[in-house]
Write a protein that binds this ligand. Structure first.
Ligand code: GUN
Length: 297
């Protein structure tokens, strides 16, 4: 049996329609949600992500402030841009696209973002609040994965979720969110990583398998239990001479083989990707709402 495809584009469009009315209502109250984007260097993948994020702002009628710096920018130059965005009342969310070029202190830059504007959820203050279950901005990809499961009727409560990957952006926050005693969470969570011996032993026990390893075909069909739900967070460029760009996007899962075993599966592209950008918009709208409630305009 071939798995049902979890359509990230469709679910993202549903959420964006909800956000469009939230933006309208905030605008009527004099608070247009604004996102400040910081992109350093010329990594092609980062450029295309940032362009998509700015387009999403435009589509929703939000304000965006684009800041592009050369790869040679100094730490102080990057910090100065962040500080200007921290102080700008039109800006409710700040996005520093990662990875930063070598030589820049990524962790110091993320700590410089005002936590109230940290819509990526990467500031240690937000990470800590998320872990203890307090109000926080949730990182966009984990948040998108949870929304996707919830809106597709996949129950995480009591399920065994196996996550492959332990990055600060996806694996670690997702594991923490899914183990909270909360709706759309309350799962038993196992995290596998490059130090895991016999990964298949663990992944075969997953009711829900979430893969964020950053390597094509990390998960092959023999590693998946019949009827499992498979979420592929990977975005890799595979050479493809038939494409004008010379590459095509593939995930971390051997899609064609695994779809014959899974009950539901996300494609790449068109799965988690559109959800990530949508949750960034969601966090920015939420931040504007909080700023308005604090009496800031
Ligand atoms: N690079 C890869 N994923 C992300 C993300 O979610 N946010 C930012 N800022 N950079 C990224």
């Amino acid at each position: 049996m071939s798995a049902e495809i979890l359509d990230g584009k469709k679910i993202a469009a549903e959420i964006r329609a909800e956000l469009a009315s939230a933006v309208e209502s905030l605008k009527a109250q004099g608070a247009t949600p604004g996102l400040g984007v910081v992109l350093v260097g010329d990594d092609p993948a980062s450029h295309s992500y940032v362009t998509a994020k700015e387009q999403a702002c435009k589509d929703l009628g939000m304000f965006s402030d684009d800041n592009r710096l050369p790869a040679t920018a100094s730490q102080d130059e990057v910090l100065a841009v962040v500080e200007r965005l921290n102080r700008d009342p039109r800006i409710h969310g700040i996005l520093v696209q990662l990875p930063l070029p070598k030589g820049l202190d990524e962790s110091a830059v993320l700590r410089a973002v005002r936590p109230e504007k940290d819509v990526d959820g990467f500031h240690p203050m937000n990470v800590g609040r998320m872990v203890i279950g307090a109000e926080a901005f949730w990182p966009c990809t984990p948040h998108g994965v949870i929304q996707m499961l919830a809106r597709s009727g996949v129950r995480t409560e009591g399920a065994h979720v196996v996550i492959v990957g332990r990055s600060n952006i996806v694996g670690k926050p997702l594991a923490n969110l899914l183990l909270q005693k909360a709706p759309h969470a309350n799962a038993t969570v196992t995290v596998c990583h490059t130090g895991t011996r016999d990964m298949g032993y663990f992944t075969r026990q997953a009711d829900i398998l979430i893969v964020a390893a950053g390597r094509p075909k990390t998960i092959t069909a023999d590693m998946v239990r019949d009827g499992a739900v498979v979420v592929d967070v990977g975005v890799n460029r595979a050479p493809d001479p038939s494409k004008k760009s010379g590459f095509r996007l593939v995930g971390d899962v051997d899609f064609e083989a695994v779809r014959e075993k899974a009950s539901k599966i996300t494609p790449v592209p068109g799965g988690v990707g559109p959800m990530t950008i949508t949750m960034l918009m969601y966090n920015t709208v939420e931040s504007a709402r909080r700023a308005l409630a604090r009496g800031e305009r």
